[in-house]
Design a protein around this ligand. Structure first.
Ligand SMILES: O=C(O)C1=C[C@@H](OP(=O)(O)O)[C@@H](O)[C@H](O)C1
Ligand SMILES: C=C(OP(=O)(O)O)C(=O)O
Length: 429
């Protein structure tokens, strides 16, 4: 919990049903904006491709705009357009070689601070990286030593075998794989530590690489355990539509659970590598039910919420939203396997414990997660420590608890543009 709560702007979290009563059941259809993880991977892959590509319905949030800003600074053309078939807003990405000198602001975006240094080795000229104070504290050692940093690329890199310990972030594997096809010898990544967290994000990287023509061997496709291989080769330009962000859809599913209501999320794909897909199972165990058709997910809360004992190591970014729901359950919950959340945008285990307890909760930090004993909560100020997912927790709690105020709700713009308006309009007054 390194950043102090210095922002004073307070946002009164809307009660479900507009204050008519703390139990107003939500009934909403919510078109969730594009996935941060998919958008930023698609941008990097398009920038490394040998022909132009399209991203349709890209996410326009702080993290994805940091990525477009960085790639543009390195000479990549990213133009506004309407997509080849005329439908939907799109970005056309044209890359004719990466160039320095350039300065890249990584903000506090893991996908930017970790994905771009290997890309910068392919640039002709120096690329300087800097970011928010918190970006100096987040682990980068799988990629580079630390920020600030200047990389003097020579237009090419040999690649070959590399050993890394990715037990503090799956992004260390993803970043090396993404640039791998462009290295002279490709890349062989051997992970040396305990299981990396967030494996679905590594699968997302592999799937997206294969979709642009890369050859990738993985432990899951019959390769050795903990070894990923990428063959050198040109990447194709593709026309891809960005999926809705299921980790942000979590807020709305949580709203259905907490209020005993119903939420429909259009465009939830039957097959996706996003970790948010695990919510169908986790939130069903906690008392909801769902129907998934080709076009949408309909999720319904039953009015009661059950505690859960679950290892969230594979789906770590869902932990804050699950913790918020667990605070309203009829039995305690234990969330395990997420010690590395201490290294995210803030120390999420410490913040969740402190801030939920300040609203009357009873949360204990464990070595690798949280133990949550539900209690009657009361209003108060929830500090967000510049972490979008902490603001989301508080918005969920505020649906059912009067007088909850969120400090610096604007931090949600990291991955979810216009959150306060969307939340109030869809679920509040
Ligand atoms: O590759 C990605 O897009 C991400 C990987 C995960 O990071 P960690 O493996 O560091 O938890 C996740 O928490 C983050 O939000 C996005
Ligand atoms: C951990 C997260 O982000 P980042 O991509 O900055 O690591 C997150 O969005 O929950």
């Amino acid at each position: 919990m390194t950043a102090n709560p210095t922002h004073t702007a307070l946002w009164p979290a809307p009660l479900a049903g507009g204050g008519a009563g703390p139990t107003g059941a939500v009934d909403a259809t919510v078109q969730v904006s594009g996935s941060k993880s998919v958008t930023n991977r698609a941008l990097v892959l398009a920038a490394l491709a040998s022909e132009p590509g399209w991203l349709r319905r890209p996410l326009r949030s702080r993290d994805s705009l940091l990525m477009t800003g960085a790639l543009r600074a390195m000479g990549v053309g990213i133009e506004e357009g309407v997509g080849p078939d005329g439908s939907g807003e799109a970005w056309r990405v044209i890359s004719s070689g990466l160039q320095g000198p350039a300065t890249v602001d990584v903000g506090n975006a893991g996908t930017v601070m970790r994905f771009l240094p290997p890309v910068a080795t392919l640039a002709d000229g120096p690329i300087r990286f800097d970011g928010n104070p918190r970006s100096y504290e987040r682990p980068l050692h799988g990629v580079i030593d630390a920020l600030p940093l200047t990389l003097h690329g020579g237009g090419a890199l040999d690649g070959g075998p590399v050993e890394i310990d990715a037990s503090s972030s799956s992004q260390f594997v993803s970043v090396l794989l993404i640039s791998g096809p462009r290295f002279n010898q490709g890349l062989e990544v051997q992970h040396t530590g305990s299981l990396p967290p967030s494996m679905p994000h590594i699968r997302m990287t592999v799937d997206m690489l294969r979709a642009v023509g890369a050859q990738v061997d993985t432990p899951e496709s019959g390769g050795e355990p903990n070894v990923w291989r990428v063959t050198p080769g040109a990447l194709l330009g593709r026309d891809i539509t960005i999926e809705p962000d299921l980790s942000n859809a979590q807020l709305f599913l949580a709203a259905a659970l907490v209020t005993g209501g119903k939420v429909v999320i259009p465009d939830w794909l039957a097959h996706t590598t996003q970790p948010g897909d695990a919510l169908r199972d986790i939130f069903t165990q906690m008392g909801g039910s769902y129907e998934l058709t080709e076009k949408r997910l309909e999720f319904t809360g039953s009015g009661s919420i059950h505690g859960i004992d679950v290892d969230l190591g594979e789906v770590d970014e869902l932990t804050p939203g699950i913790a918020a729901v667990a605070a309203f359950a009829d039995s305690p919950s234990t969330l395990r396997g997420v010690a590395h959340l201490r290294l995210h945008e803030t120390d999420r285990l410490a913040v969740l414990t402190k801030e939920i307890n300040e609203l009357g909760g009873d949360v204990t930090e464990t070595a690798d997660g949280l133990h949550i004993r539900p209690r009657r909560l009361h209003g108060g100020i929830f500090h967000t420590y510049d972490d979008h997912r902490m603001a989301a927790v508080d918005a969920i709690i505020g649906l059912a608890v009067e007088g909850v105020q969120i400090e610096n709700v604007a931090t949600t713009a990291k991955t979810l543009p216009d959150f306060p308006e969307l939340w109030a309009e869809r679920l509040g007054a």
